[in-house]
Ligand binder design. Structure first.
Ligand code: HEM
Length: 317
């Protein structure tokens, strides 16, 4: 058998590679010979993926509810994948930073645009019934949503707005974490006790949240932006993209999400209790939470009016 030059060169390179790591090329070539061809369904683990939508009730629309939550969590995973690359970056170039944030904004744009799958895409009567079988679970317990916050901004910026000015980077990570805005949402208004939804979430994820918060204590997106050389920091396109991220996560996604809560949990002015037990009408609105990942990029007036309306101006791409 005649081996062409290109193949001979490839074999030589492979031989070198395996020799350098003390491995035997010939054995690996045998492996290649016996390997099955890769299929699409094996590569993306399709059977596993499609086996994960398991409704708890017989209401058909519960499958939509589960599927869309899973889709969102996969997008959150892709968001975190980009955020981590910015955090690990040492080059400090505005262009690299911006391109990664653009990706994150693209994912959030898709999530915002598609939220009507929840708002319009299920029968209210079915929703109000199947939700009773998933108590006390709530999207409130989405750990990846909390991680996006922790990777994006220092914990001081996530403190409940009513006491935010009493905390700073001088407080310990544990103290700051205990006072994050969303923990307030998990307090039963009558008993002042933590709800079961919050207790379970804390038990499952606190060590991980604290570990991540310590890891990124000086390298959240906020820090990475502040640490850029002045010339890169003044990059208009980067600033625009960071502001867009702030608005996407902390205003527009929250407003879309609140639309779902209104459609399903608000009837003729009567508020239906949420599965997570928050007083959702005062917990969910972005104008009450007032979370900004990049407070330094906004004017005081912009921060005062935060979340009062859908933000489109200057951000359309
Ligand atoms: C019909 C659809 C939905 C309704 C009615 C709804 C309702 C609610 C309510 C009432 C809360 C407040 C916590 C509570 O008391 O349970 C909440 C929180 C939350 N939900 Fe949903 N939700 C829906 C869909 C989703 C989806 C698809 C996601 C995607 C993961 C999600 C993620 C979240 C998150 C991250 C929070 C915490 C928000 C924050 O801290 O500001 N929700 N949801």
């Amino acid at each position: 058998m005649k081996i062409d030059d290109k193949t001979a060169e490839q074999v030589a390179k492979l031989s070198e590679k395996f020799k350098n790591s003390g491995q035997d090329l010939s054995s690996y070539l045998d492996g290649l010979l016996y390997d099955r061809y890769l299929t699409y369904w094996d590569y993306i683990h399709l059977d596993t993926l499609l086996s994960l939508q398991n409704p708890k009730t017989h209401f058909p629309d519960e499958t939509i509810f589960i599927g869309y939550h899973q889709i969102t969590e996969i997008y959150f995973k892709l968001v975190i994948h980009e955020l981590k690359q910015i955090i690990d970056d040492k080059l400090q170039q505005a262009d690299f930073f911006r391109k990664k944030v653009e990706r994150v904004n693209r994912y959030f744009r898709i999530l915002i645009d598609s939220f009507d799958v929840m708002i319009m895409g299920m029968e209210r009567e079915q929703f109000l019934k199947f939700r009773m079988s998933l108590l006390p679970a709530s999207g409130f317990q989405s750990a990846q949503f909390r991680m996006i916050e922790i990777y994006s901004t220092p914990l001081e910026n996530l403190i409940h707005p009513s006491v935010r000015d009493q905390f700073s980077e001088k407080n310990s990570v544990e103290e700051l974490f205990e006072n994050t805005y969303w923990k307030r949402g998990g307090i039963d208004l009558e008993t002042k006790e933590k709800t079961l939804t919050l207790k379970q979430f804390e038990y499952r994820y606190t060590p991980r949240f604290i570990r991540i918060a310590n890891e990124v204590a000086n390298s959240t997106l906020y820090h990475k932006y502040e640490q850029l050389p002045v010339s890169e920091k003044n990059n208009e396109l980067l600033i625009k993209e960071l502001k867009k991220l702030d608005v996407n996560v902390n205003v527009n996604w929250l407003l879309m999400h609140m639309g779902a809560a209104h459609r399903y949990l608000n009837k003729e002015g009567k508020t239906i209790e949420a599965t997570g037990g928050t007083n959702w009408k005062t917990f969910l609105p972005p104008s009450f939470q007032k979370v900004h990942f990049f407070p330094n990029l906004w004017s005081q007036t912009e921060k005062d009016n935060w979340g009062k309306e859908w933000v489109t101006h200057t951000f359309n791409t």
